[in-house]
Design a protein around this ligand. Structure first.
Ligand code: ATP
Ligand code: MG
Length: 573
């Protein structure tokens, strides 16, 4: 089957028109639908009505010169290039050259026109005009893509980038809806941007909703075409069996069920591939989907290519936004670390000075006057040195631990613990160091078996909480410790009748170096609760505090009996 081209002959000589028509209709390589006009006005009118592939234009017309007509066609009808072959008389070559300069496809001298010459000239003109049209289209496409890319890449905010991308692509492809779908490492992923908010959202995994929609439109699920491009190439993979629309398997896409998910409407799907740290295989970030809700749409290869090119630009913008976000996070972390280090230096210099002074004074008294001091006084000075040195050592340990929580999580090694034994030992230890002014009450109820925890971290939690309860009850009183064993968790209360904490201070107490405004001269660095919280979180548990000034403080810790993290590789005692 030959392509049929539309040809218009504008010539006042009926005999000539007849000859041209006869010559062209004999062309074995091309078929024509031919229109004729015998004057410029009629020619112009026809040009407005029909889309001509080629116009044979006689230079001498009764109502207008061919040159004038050419100009008017260019201005009024075609705007850009006019597919004209100018027919001139002998000796009019100069005029012909002028027409060529203005953009005509060719010119023929009337007397030299033979069948072969005319057929060849018209065929060439058609070819040339097709190429020109294609070039214009490509240029226009490139311009649109460049504008779209510019708009997408103007922002460094991921949400903004995605929203601009979907809006721009919807304009570009003139489709109903554009979606950006982002893959997630553990799940199928989700829609992260959509060009139409009011559109009834069909979760991509929701087959039921999708099927309903397909029924509403009278098209069975699976009948609607899906055009997808290969995730690792930039051009669409043509299906040799069928013309566009192609139905493709998503092939190397990670998600096997995607085809089913997307194969419910007329969708055009391209991957969003991020470059992968020099790795030749890109990282599949998500999909850019153009969606035609109103019936089937036969997507053109051009549409797929445009979508692909936008997806490349989108990938660059996403990568830039992600890099910026990463840098900002690193910067914030760096700032926090710097503040933290400054606080450590300030605390060390402040908290070390007092005990060090006491140690130095005790040591120098012992060195200088040991002869004059009796044994009990010597022991008292040695006791001061030991107590202050222990305090300093604990301070260093606490700082190291907090530092570990800030930089990386300390190791968590849960074992099956006998809670009853563990707390009996702990309370006993506390009783040994607590004076007579405090009464420690230990109460256990419920089912305490089957608890997995990290012994060292649990000691950190409860020693800190108990020492707080005692330390912040300077007038003595009862300190109650309750353990309630439940089916899948253990709950601990530590209640004192001490100085309490002002409401305004309570919010920040779990942050390092935070202290209540009512501590007066009670020593402390503000690290205990931060350490306790870090350890509770490693167990997958929760810690809360309620307190009233002058009434006392109650800290509640709930820990799952089996921490989700420990289920992976618990090591029994
Ligand atoms: P350290 O690092 O030696 O534990 P600290 O006791 O000051 O020092 P945290 O245990 O973190 O630090 O406690 C933070 C602050 O919370 C305390 O300074 C105190 O103001 C308040 N606080 C904690 N527990 C109690 C309590 N039981 N009663 C009253 N105030 C408390
Ligand atoms: Mg403390």
């Amino acid at each position: 089957m030959l392509d049929t081209s539309t040809l218009l002959i504008i010539d006042d000589c009926a005999a000539d028109r007849k000859i041209y028509r006869r010559y062209l209709l004999k062309d074995p390589h091309q078929s024509y639908q031919i229109f004729e006009a015998d004057c410029a006005e009629e020619g112009l009118a026809l040009c407005q009505k029909i889309r001509c592939d080629v116009i044979l234009l006689d230079f001498c017309l009764p109502d207008m010169s061919g040159l004038e007509l050419f100009d008017r066609m260019q201005q009024e009808i075609f705007k850009t290039s006019v597919p004209v072959i100018m027919l001139t008389g002998r000796g009019d070559e100069e005029v012909a050259v002028q027409v060529m300069k203005r953009g005509a496809l060719d010119y023929l001298v009337k007397h030299n026109v033979t069948q072969d010459v005319l057929q060849l000239a018209v065929r060439n003109a058609i070819k040339q005009s097709c190429l020109q049209a294609q070039l214009n289209k490509t240029q226009e496409r490139q311009r649109l893509i460049a504008t779209t890319a510019l708009r997408i890449r103007q922002s460094l905010n991921l949400e903004q980038i995605l929203n601009t991308a979907v809006a721009e692509v919807q304009q570009l492809l003139k489709c109903d809806r554009v979606i950006v779908y982002q893959f997630a490492p553990d799940t199928d992923g989700k829609i992260v941007a959509s060009s139409v908010e009011s559109f009834r959202t069909v979760a991509l995994c929701d087959r039921i909703g999708a099927e309903e929609k397909a029924e509403e439109q009278g098209s069975g699920v699976g009948k609607v075409p899906l055009l997808c491009t290969h995730p690792h190439t930039r051009s669409p993979i043509p299906n040799p069996e069928s013309p566009i629309p192609y139905i493709y398997e998503l092939g190397l896409c990670n998600c096997v069920s995607l085809k089913e998910q997307f194969n419910t409407q007329a969708n055009l799907v391209v991957p969003i591939n991020l470059s992968n740290n020099g790795n030749p295989t890109p990282k599949l970030w998500g999909l850019l989907i153009a969606h035609q809700n109103s019936g089937e749409r036969l997507w053109q290869t051009d549409d797929a290519q445009m979508l692909n090119e936008v997806s490349v630009q989108l990938a660059i913008a996403i990568q830039q936004a992600e890099l910026l976000a990463q840098t900002q996070t690193a910067l914030t972390k760096e700032k926090q670390l710097n503040t933290f280090k400054s606080q450590i230096i300030a605390t060390v210099s402040h908290e070390y000075r007092t005990p060090l002074t006491s140690i130095l004074a005790a040591a120098s008294t012992l060195a200088k006057h040991s002869q004059q001091l009796d044994e009990s006084k010597q022991e008292r000075f040695l006791g001061i040195i030991e107590q202050k040195a222990r305090y300093m050592s604990k301070l260093v340990d606490n700082m190291l631990l907090v530092n570990q929580f800030e930089l990386e999580k300390p190791t968590f090694k849960p074992i099956l613990l006998d809670l009853l034994q563990f707390f009996s030992d702990l309370i006993e230890q506390e009783r040994e160091t607590t004076g007579d002014r405090h009464e420690l009450i230990f109460n256990i109820t419920g089912h305490t078996q089957g608890f997995w925890g990290d012994r060292g971290l649990l000691q950190q939690i409860f020693i800190n909480l108990m020492s707080n309860a005692i330390k912040y009850s300077p007038d003595g009183g009862t300190v109650e410790f309750h353990l309630i064993g439940k089916e899948s968790e253990a709950i601990f209360y530590i209640q004192d009748r001490g100085i309490g904490i002002p409401i305004r201070d309570q919010e920040n107490l779990f942050q390092s170096f935070s202290r209540g405004s009512n501590v007066d001269t009670i020593p402390g660095t503000g690290l205990g609760l931060a350490i306790a919280k870090g350890c509770v979180e490693l167990h997958g548990g929760d810690i809360t505090l309620s307190s009233e000034v002058g009434e006392g403080t109650k800290v509640t810790v709930s820990l799952p009996k089996i921490c989700p993290m420990s289920q992976l590789s618990p090591s029994a005692t």
